[in-house]
Design a protein around this ligand. Structure first.
Ligand SMILES: C[S@@+](CC[C@H](N)C(=O)[O-])C[C@H]1O[C@@H](n2cnc3c(N)ncnc32)[C@H](O)[C@@H]1O
Length: 446
């Protein structure tokens, strides 16, 4: 029986006969072989244009979840990504005709993932988007008082301050004009897609139409001499590019659910999932998704203050809430102690991160069917010069919650092919710079 509020995807239901792919009876061996193979995917090209609709820090290459989904599940089975980010796993699950559940606590991650797994008809989306641009332009030139009024009334004082600091007055008017038209689009799938295009002109490596420089790599700095491009023109450009990406994408009607959910406490039944594949945030406090994402989320109605307190929902970031009580495995404690010898605050942060990962892995174990696999992809980092040994530590934690560790693969990260997470510190010698060459693929069986 499903508990109240639980999400139910029937692992046995299927709307039509799906092509059979073979899952070996001995999944552990298949998994071991996969982990020993090439996990770099240096030459792999993207399987779908949907992956490139919007930038997202530290998304993994689509070929990675694809490899494991293809070999460790059959068509019609349920793949879970409890930290779904930009939806890479879910797009691949749908392409391979698997069912999928993707959850996250980041509102922008949910918007992107939902837009990708339910893309609109490209011709209709293009028509609608062009209409948005034209009408926004008309309002801008003929009725800018209305836009001024919206800007005054819509946002609380703190959020208004944020907008005024980070967006030039003309850009604010243009974005407001676009937003009003997007909100008036009646079709939910088109509206989501247009929101994604809107966000895509703000959350970019270079800070897009905001006054921020380099939103992707460092702490945002306000440019003194940046002359932002016209938001309406940028939106039109982004619309064309994203519509072309959808046109080139194969369409599959996978049964995919994207839901708000904390990976430490999932709204799912025990033993209901056939494969977990996910990549958690990096160890330590170096990543701040919200810092970049709030630049577009404020436009979608999230006040700055609410977003600031929502930060605590992210793994490893809330040092006030009680964490998992039981002791961490000894090798994990040793890493934390080594960090603590240099910096006690950092050691507390790392301790919190690994405790949160313990809760996360316990949840993954609970919802997975016995005999099935879980894959955690994580990069290590340095805290005050000490390696956090994330791959090894996650392996130890996984074992402590009941998983069998089949192997830990290593993959090289291609820095230029990937938008990196935002550093809390913003200097190049921070953990971010030091950790980005390699990541670990922790392969587990329940
Ligand atoms: C490395 S990213 C995942 C990227 C993803 N694999 C992709 O390809 O786009 C980590 C994700 O974990 C999410 N996250 C952080 N804390 C979380 C929590 N408590 N529950 C669920 N998701 C969380 C972040 O919002 C972020 O989207």
């Amino acid at each position: 029986m499903a508990r109240q509020g639980q999400l139910v995807i029937d692992p046995h239901s299927s709307s039509r006969q799906l092509p059979a792919t073979s899952v070996s009876p001995c999944l552990a061996e298949v998994l071991r072989d996969l982990l020993q193979g090439d996990l770099d995917f240096a030459e792999a090209s993207d399987t779908s244009g949907l992956h490139n609709l919007h930038a997202f820090p530290a998304k993994y290459p689509p070929a990675l979840p694809r490899l494991f989904i293809e070999h460790l599940t059959q068509a019609g089975e349920v793949v879970l990504d409890p930290m779904v980010g930009s939806g890479t796993t879910m797009v691949e699950a749908a392409l391979l005709e698997r069912k999928g559940i993707g959850s996250d606590v980041d509102p922008l991650a949910l918007l992107l993932s939902q837009a990708k797994v339910d893309p609109p008809d490209p011709a209709r989306a293009f028509q609608s988007g062009l209409g948005v641009c034209n009408r926004a332009y008309m309002t801008l030139t003929r009725n800018s008082e209305r836009l001024q009024q919206e800007l005054r009334q819509r946002f609380d004082e703190e959020t208004r301050g944020f907008l005024s600091y980070w967006f030039a007055p003309q850009t604010q008017l243009e974005l407001m004009a676009l937003l009003l038209e997007i909100e008036a689009e009646p079709d939910a799938s088109i509206r989501r897609f247009l929101r994604l295009c809107f966000s895509g002109i703000i959350v970019t490596k270079s800070g897009g139409v905001s006054l921020a420089i380099d939103l992707a790599h460092t702490r945002p700095h306000r440019a003194k001499d940046k002359v932002p491009r016209s938001a309406i023109e940028e939106f039109a450009r982004r619309l064309r590019k994203n519509v072309a990406s959808i046109e080139q994408s194969e369409r599959r009607d996978g049964q995919i659910a994207i839901v708000y959910g904390d990976a430490r406490s999932l709204p799912l039944q025990d033993n209901s999932i056939h494969l977990v594949i996910t990549s958690p945030p990096y160890a330590g406090d170096a990543i701040d998704y919200m810092r970049a994402h709030k630049f577009s989320l404020v436009w979608f109605g999230y006040p700055v203050g609410v977003l600031a307190s929502h930060r605590r929902a992210y793994l490893g970031s809330d040092t006030l809430r009680p964490a998992a009580e039981e002791p961490l495995p000894a090798p994990v404690e040793r890493v934390i102690t080594a960090v603590g010898e240099v910096d006690t605050h950092k050691a507390r942060v790392l301790d919190r991160y690994y405790r949160d990962m313990m809760l996360t892995m316990r949840e993954a174990y609970r919802v997975l069917q016995p005999g099935r696999c879980a894959i955690f992809v994580v990069a290590s980092s340095r805290m005050r010069g000490v390696d956090t040994r994330a791959g090894e530590c996650l392996g130890e934690i996984a074992q402590s919650v009941g998983f069998r560790v089949v192997g830990i693969g290593t993959r090289r990260i291609h820095r230029d092919r990937r938008m990196m997470p935002v550093s809390r510190h913003g200097h190049s010698c921070s953990g971010i710079e030091q950790r980005m060459h390699e990541e670990y693929v922790v392969g587990l069986v329940k």
